[in-house]
Ligand binder design. Structure first.
Ligand SMILES: CC(C)(COP(=O)(O)OP(=O)(O)OC[C@H]1O[C@@H](n2cnc3c(N)ncnc32)[C@H](O)[C@@H]1OP(=O)(O)O)[C@@H](O)C(=O)NCCC(=O)NCCS
Length: 174
């Protein structure tokens, strides 16, 4: 099941992203950073309720945000969960009236499969400025490719969680 993250998910999210951050695949996060921004996270949980995937919406302005911290537990990769948490973040972005999303990745195919388009990071000076600050504080920044997606006004993401269909029985009149 894919759902918005709750405060209790902060620890499991940290466990999920830390090994990938150590490989330079995403920026490192602290427990406090995740907990204070928990409203920006979407998680996928398995049947036992364990967090097996996550992604976050990182807002840069009222109309621009990054899809960040996309991570799937190694044992659960290749099952569509990465795609589902990104779609969850897109829904969150749309609900907040964000018009443009960007993402950085070493993997081309993942964001292309989600209909993102290749672009250049120079389009996002806000991100470059953040990289600059992190770099000066000693965080190693691994160069990645940049992708973007415009969420048009009529855009709606597919439903993520299966919803039981309520079939209304029409009353016969007459
Ligand atoms: C990248 C990652 C998030 C993908 O999650 P996933 O649940 O395995 O991906 P999905 O099953 O939703 O796959 C969606 C598409 O992306 C492709 N894809 C997934 N992982 C890929 C990878 N590592 N390299 C190339 N393509 C990949 C799949 O082939 C699939 O394409 P298809 O629909 O044409 O078959 C996951 O492998 C992961 O956590 N990687 C380590 C962390 C990381 O690199 N995070 C940054 C990601 S941008």
């Amino acid at each position: 099941m894919v759902r918005r993250a709750a405060r209790v998910d902060a620890g499991p999210i940290l466990e999920l992203v830390t090994p990938y951050a150590a490989q330079g695949l995403m920026l490192p996060r602290t427990l406090q950073e995740i907990a204070t921004r928990i409203d920006n996270y979407v998680v996928a949980v398995d049947a036992g309720g364990h967090v097996v995937a996550c992604a976050a919406l990182e807002e840069y302005s009222p109309s621009l945000a990054e899809v960040s911290s996309v991570a799937v537990d190694p044992a659960h990769q290749g099952q569509g969960l990465g795609s589902q948490v990104v779609l969850g973040v897109e829904r969150l972005a749309r609900a907040r009236d964000i018009e443009e999303l960007f993402a950085l990745s070493l993997t081309d195919k993942f964001f292309l499969s989600l209909t993102y388009e290749p672009t250049t990071i120079s389009r996002y000076p806000e991100k470059l400025a953040r990289y600059d600050t992190l770099s000066r504080s000693g965080v190693e920044i691994v160069p990645k490719r940049c992708f973007q997606k415009t969420l048009g006004k009529s855009w709606t993401a597919p439903q993520l969680v299966e919803q039981s269909v309520v079939v209304s029985k029409k009353r016969k009149i007459g």
